[in-house]
Design a protein around this ligand. Structure first.
Ligand code: ATP
Ligand code: F1X
Length: 304
């Protein structure tokens, strides 16, 4: 079973406006509410791909009720822990560009965290855990702690987060990490302007313990680096509608096809990410399958 852990889920409130004026009353006739949060998005795409998944994490209030009921209606198993306070609402403003306003989310107490630890301790070596998204300000080091707990029990995990929260888990050998270009530049502390620089930066993370690095590049597709090989996958043709969740979809496509061979994993990763970008919400299975055959794998000569 693939478990996703979302410390900070969200109700994503998508507002589409032709024009937006700060300081004025702007009316929108095109709004939508979706369950959100990086781990939850991974579970949603895994479910689309027919891969067994359970969403874990913390929810609270009426917004938490919305998330639990919506996922359950979609047939997505979830076992969230209830916390004080409301799950946050994240605003996704779509004008001629995409602007996001993400809330902080409710506090996770030590007792809340202990309950999640107990859930993870009940897993076994056949399970895989995906950590994804932001964590509460009072638990900045929680990913390092939980990945050590899984490592001690020989339970595989993958992680999609940023900065030191990601770097601190590398010594426990995450199966997959998926930074985007901005996140990778933040980690290595410099601008990455060429493909060689990006590949060498990914190799720094492999050297610190990551097993596979998938660097996503928005409309530029993705770069895959591990100790055996380097591939670039351009994104397939299509019209951008909503890139929110595209990275999470990429993670789901790669992990969901674990065991089907690296090429299938990479095709489904990029097809899932782009299919989501071409969709108002997360991609449906048919959208993904339509793109899989269009994903080109460009093997990059060994970078000296
Ligand atoms: N404009 C686009 N056109 C085509 N494909 C896209 C576009 N934006 C994203 N994608 C696809 O989605 C994948 C992930 O996108 P991106 O690099 O934006 O991840 P991300 O920043 O982690 O996304 P998010 O955090 O919003 O989920 C890309 O590798 C690509 O396959
Ligand atoms: O605040 P975080 O946890 O970093 O990101 C949360 C979020 O922006 O990520 C998802 C898209 O990846 C959205 O569903 C959600 O609103």
């Amino acid at each position: 079973m693939i478990y996703t852990v979302t410390f900070n889920p969200s109700v994503d409130y998508v507002v589409r406006l032709k024009e937006f004026e700060m300081g004025a009353l702007n009316r929108s006739s095109d709004t939508a509410k979706y369950t959100g949060g990086k781990g939850i998005n991974v579970s949603r795409i895994l479910n689309e791909l027919g891969v067994e998944t359970t969403a874990l994490g913390f929810v609270g209030g009426f917004t938490g009720d919305f998330i639990e009921s919506t996922l359950s209606k979609s047939g997505i198993k979830n076992d969230f822990l209830r916390v004080e306070g409301d799950t946050r609402i994240n605003v996704k403003l779509k004008t001629d560009e995409e602007t996001e306003i993400n809330g902080a989310g409710p506090i996770i107490t030590d007792d809340d965290l202990a309950k999640l630890e107990d859930q993870l301790k009940s897993l076994n070596e056949s399970d895989h855990v995906v950590f994804a998204g932001s964590v509460p300000s009072n638990h900045k080091d929680v990913y390092e702690f939980l990945s050590s707990l899984l490592h001690e029990r020989n339970i595989g995990f993958s992680i999609d987060t940023e900065g030191q929260k990601l770097v601190s888990t590398l010594k426990y050998h995450p199966y997959l990490i998926k930074p985007n270009d901005v996140e990778l530049e933040e980690i290595v502390g410099c601008k990455l302007s060429t493909q060689e620089e990006r590949i060498n930066a990914c190799r720094e993370l492999l050297a610190q313990g990551a097993s596979n690095v998938l660097l996503t590049l928005g409309s530029g597709g993705a770069l895959f680096v591990n100790t055996d090989t380097v591939y670039h996958m351009p994104s397939p043709p299509g019209t951008l509608k909503n890139s929110v969740g595209a990275g999470d979809s990429t993670v789901a496509g790669f992990i969901g096809k674990k065991g089907s061979g690296l090429e299938a994993q990479l095709r489904y990763a990029v097809a899932s990410g782009s299919a989501t970008a071409f969709n108002d919400d997360l991609a449906k299975r048919a959208d993904i399958e339509r793109l899989v055959g269009k994903i080109e794998l460009q093997s990059i000569e060994e970078v000296k």
